[in-house]
Structures are given as structure tokens and as C-alpha cells.
Design a protein around this ligand. Structure first.
Ligand SMILES: Nc1ncnc2c1ncn2[C@@H]1O[C@H](COP(=O)(O)OP(=O)(O)OP(=O)(O)O)[C@@H](O)[C@H]1O
Ligand SMILES: [Mg+2]
Length: 264
């Protein structure tokens, strides 16, 4: 069998062992895609689901840092990539960061090379049987999400936006991307939706509120929930911990839990 034939066979075999695949998308950068992907994946793993988390952001991989895995090096070879394993084996993570020689190496690649790496990540990572594969993406509708859709054939897209028009304007393009590629939209998450002052308890709509819900209504797609601005996200992700893993409650953790209930 040709090398390509063997790769394709392997990919089909791997995909058949993954029950559900969701890709996290947004036409806008910095709206919280990686934060959402990490917290959904860890939340599912904490519930005992076999979960994979694939970081397809090749130029700015944030998932490793957010999980304290930035120094993890994947062993294995071109056809068997070892993921980082956490949460009693329930969470398996793969990222380009795990293949870089040095912590701050950059990746300078064009589309075809990105496509082949994303395809290897999906097909050649030792995922084992998975209930869920959550796929984080870079912003926009470029090479990486297109390769994910073509190779992984996800069951659906989870769209993340912040509430203001400047964000939803770009994020509408992600919904159009899904429609053009016949990728179902699971729903929209409005992140950074309002801020409750810890001193006076007054809520301030720093990036406005309701833009995500309005967009979901307009397109007739489900609205999955709003996550408030919470400085704890920044503190914990900088330390390599997922918020959802904290024992304390709080509105933002409740919001993530409720989103998980809608997708599981
Ligand atoms: N609800 C929130 N409240 C406060 N900070 C948040 C919230 N969501 C995300 N952040 C912080 O905002 C920053 C950007 O988030 P994140 O990296 O998840 O965005 P992204 O959409 O993945 O960005 P990129 O487009 O670069 O991939 C991070 O420092 C993260 O900790
Ligand atoms: Mg990101």
C-alpha cells in the first residue's frame, strides 16, 4: 500500500474510534476560543468522559500554556504521536508546541504543510477511544479550520464571540464558513459578557452584552450561554489551571457547566 493510502486508512480507523468531534471557531481573535476549548475539554474529562483536546493553532498555540503543559515533549514518531495525558487518563492533549525544540520557536508554514500536520495530529495521535474530541482553532476562516473540517469532519462547530458589534461582525463570517462547508453549528457562546465588580457587585457591560444572543437569533442557531468577564480566568490560565477544575463556584464556572450540559 502507498504511504498516502496507509495514512488514509489510519485516519479512517482513528476517526471511527471518536464518538463526537466539535471544533471551536471564531472569526475574531482573542475572544476566548482557547479558554472555552480548554474548559469544555477539562469539564468533560472531570465528568469521566474520554476526551481529546487538539490544538490546531500552529502559530499561537495557547492550550499547552493554559494547562501547564508548555514543556511537555511528545515522544513517538511520524506515525505515532504521544499526547499529553491528564485527569486520570481522561484527557489527552496534542499541540504543535509538543513538537518544538525550544519553548519560543515559531512555526513559519504555508497551507499545504499545515494541512499535512493537522491531518497527522488527527490521524496519528494515540487518542484511544474517545467520547469527545474538542478542537481549538486560530481566529478566522483560513487554512487551519478548513483542514480540520476536511480531515476530521466534525459533528459541529461551537462559535465563540464577545458581545460588541466589532466582534460579531467578524464572527458572522464563521457562521457563513460553516454554512458553506455544510458544518452544523452547535451554537454560539457569548464570552466576556459583562463584568461584576467584586467590590460593589455592580455589573458593567465592558464589551456590551447580548450581541452573541442576537446573532444566534438572527441565524436561527442555538445560543449556548454567556460567560462573564472574570479576572480569575486570566490568573488561572496563566498558572496552567482550568477554571472548571476549581472547587469554588462562581458565575463563570456555572456558565461553563451549563454549556457542557448542552453539548454532552
Ligand atoms: N471570560 C473571561 N474573562 C476574563 N478573561 C478571559 C475570559 N475569557 C478569556 N479570557 C482571557 O482572555 C485572553 C484571551 O483568551 P483566549 O486565548 O482564550 O482567546 P482566543 O480566542 O483563543 O485567542 P486567539 O484568537 O489568539 O487564539 C486570555 O488571557 C484569557 O485568559
Ligand atoms: Mg486561541
Amino acid at each position: 500500500m502507498s504511504h498516502q493510502g496507509a495514512n488514509e486508512e489510519r485516519l479512517v480507523e482513528t476517526l471511527s474510534t471518536i464518538k463526537r468531534k466539535y471544533v471551536v471557531l471564531s472569526g475574531k481573535g482573542g475572544v476566548g476560543k482557547s479558554t472555552v476549548a480548554v474548559n469544555l475539554a477539562v469539564g468533560l474529562a472531570l465528568k469521566g468522559m474520554k476526551t481529546g483536546l487538539l490544538d490546531t493553532d500552529l502559530h499561537g498555540p495557547s492550550v499547552p500554556k493554559m494547562l501547564g503543559l508548555e514543556n511537555f515533549m511528545s515522544s513517538g514518531d511520524e506515525t505515532h504521536l504521544e499526547p499529553a495525558v491528564r485527569y486520570d487518563g481522561n484527557l489527552k492533549v496534542m499541540s504543535i508546541q509538543f513538537l518544538l525544540q525550544n519553548l519560543h520557536d515559531s512555526v513559519i508554514w504555508r497551507g499545504p504543510l499545515k494541512h499535512s500536520v493537522i491531518s497527522q495530529f488527527i490521524g496519528h495521535t494515540i487518542w484511544g477511544d474517545l467520547d469527545f474530541l474538542i478542537i481549538d482553532s486560530p481566529p478566522g476562516t483560513g487554512d487551519e479550520p478548513l483542514s480540520v473540517v476536511q480531515v476530521a469532519k466534525p459533528d459541529g462547530a461551537i462559535i465563540v464571540t464577545t458581545p460588541q458589534d466589532v466582534a460579531t461582525f467578524d464572527v458572522r463570517k464563521s457562521i457563513d464558513f460553516c454554512n458553506k462547508l455544510s458544518l452544523p453549528v452547535v451554537g454560539v457562546i457569548e464570552n466576556m459578557s459583562g463584568f461584576i465588580c467584586p467590590h460593589c457587585n455592580k455589573e458593567t457591560a465592558i464589551f456590551s452584552t447580548g450581541g452573541g444572543m442576537k446573532m444566534a437569533d438572527e441565524f436561527g442557531i442555538p445560543f449556548l450561554g454567556s460567560i462573564p468577564i472574570d479576572p480569575q480566568f486570566v490568573i488561572h490560565s496563566d498558572k496552567g489551571n482550568a477554571m472548571i477544575d476549581l472547587s469554588t463556584g462562581g458565575k463563570s464556572i456555572e456558565a461553563i457547566r451549563s454549556i457542557i450540559q448542552k453539548i454532552e
